[in-house]
Design a protein around this ligand. Structure first.
Ligand code: CA
Length: 404
């Protein structure tokens, strides 16, 4: 709980926070040390300013200015809870006394060793955002002593606060570029840079070189509404004969909400909402370069499912008419999920290479399937676009240029 400290005029304390939703400012923090002031000034000049108007409780995620008070979330969540035996105000005074000695110390140590100097780096989540995605840039400082103030810049000043996170609510083209974080504390200043861009995977492929139950590509796809139509296309290259997942879309209620599965040689299963139809691709799989292109689509109004192999349609089937696929999904390449985001089984893992992964929330027209199968770009917007693919590689997976 936060407490008002009459000596310093500050509200301070440790506020335990529940696990936040994705995109929330408190990602990764179990507790935060809070110092509030009514000045908007950075540490340490705010320390002796009375803050009688500060509220004594903080709402979850409430990092912005509250009335006339600003709330600063300090970088080190343990800084206020360690048993130093000193009150917060005493420790501030002690820190200020130490600061007086810093120039002297620096004179002794400055040219002796650079070891132990603080370092900063910027981490982006997700690392490869799609258009419209929420993006967090997190300025991580190691070494040195806080509290840190973070100045975010990209051409202009973006944000100056005690919050190490710079948040982009909806990622767009103008958000690409080089971001700079300057972290300043009473003990020093460090600068980190990060180049944020969309990732075009054209002519690259994910390589799953061996069977495992923990290597996968996680696809950070975010949907707003249930899917009543979809198309999924990808190209793969393998020596594997049977029992592997090509595209696994699991929701909390149904691990096989969408699953494209290779059951045995030349035999595919398309699952929707836990049910499946089978397709026989006899005679349609061989290509001169060995890559096989597949497109699966489904429409809720009729339940009709299509599977195209190397640009050739197979006889249509139907399943799950009037069903709607839940939008909150864990999408995985290389593994078959038996629960939302997990329970992989090595016997259903994919070994080989995957490229050109796309998904749309509509059924592709035949000429569009033939175009995408032939490697041509087709109309946007796609839910998943290989030219701007939001992925995260886990375990033994590599992204390399295609060999053919
Ligand atoms: Ca499953």
């Amino acid at each position: 709980m936060s407490q008002f400290c009459p000596e310093t005029g500050l509200v301070k304390g440790i506020l335990p926070l529940p696990a936040p939703p994705r995109g929330d400012k408190w990602v990764g923090a179990r507790s935060l040390s809070l110092v509030w002031s009514n000045t908007g000034q950075a540490f340490p000049s705010l320390l002796h300013v009375p803050a009688p108007l500060c509220p004594t409780a903080l709402e979850h995620g409430d990092a912005a200015a509250v009335g006339p008070c600003s709330c600063w979330a300090l970088g080190d969540p343990c800084a206020d809870s360690r048993g130093s035996g000193l009150s917060f105000g005493q420790r501030v005074k002690k820190m200020e006394r130490m600061l007086l000695w810093l120039p002297v110390l620096a004179g002794f140590l400055g040219i002796v060793s650079l070891a132990g100097l603080p370092e900063a780096r910027i981490r982006a989540h997700p690392s490869h955002p799609s258009p419209g995605a929420e993006v967090e840039l997190i300025c991580e400082v190691s070494g040195g002593h806080g509290p840190w103030e973070f100045l975010w810049e990209k051409e202009d000043v973006l944000q100056r606060s005690m919050d190490s996170v710079f948040f982009i609510p909806s990622f767009g083209k103008n958000d690409t570029g080089t971001y700079t974080c300057t972290a300043t504390s009473p003990t020093g200043r460090v600068i980190a840079e990060y180049h944020l861009e969309t990732t075009n995977l054209k002519w690259l492929a994910f390589i799953f070189p061996r069977k495992s139950k923990d290597s996968a590509v996680l696809v950070n796809m975010e949907l707003d509404e249930p899917l009543r139509n979809f198309s999924v296309c990808l190209r793969y290259f393998t020596e594997q004969i049977k029992s592997y997942a090509l595209f696994s879309y699991a929701t909390r209620g149904q691990d096989n909400d969408i699953l494209l599965y290779k059951n045995r040689l030349q035999n595919y299963r398309l699952y929707v909402g836990g049910e499946f139809v089978s397709f026989s691709a006899q005679g349609k799989e061989s290509t001169s370069q060995g890559w096989i292109h597949v497109c699966a689509s489904w429409e809720s109004s009729t339940g009709i499912a299509e599977l195209w192999v190397n640009g050739m349609p197979l006889p249509r089937k139907a399943l799950q008419a009037d069903y709607a696929v839940s939008p909150e999904a864990a999408v995985v390449l290389g593994q078959e999920q038996d629960s939302y985001g997990g329970r992989y089984n090595a016997s259903q893992a994919f070994v080989g290479e995957v490229t050109d992964v796309y998904m749309w929330d509509f059924r592709l027209a035949p000429d569009e399937v033939r175009s995408i199968s032939g490697g041509w770009d087709i109309r946007s917007p796609a839910l998943l676009d290989w030219r701007n693919f939001p992925y995260e590689m886990i375990g033994h997976v590599f992204l390399k240029p295609r060999l053919s």
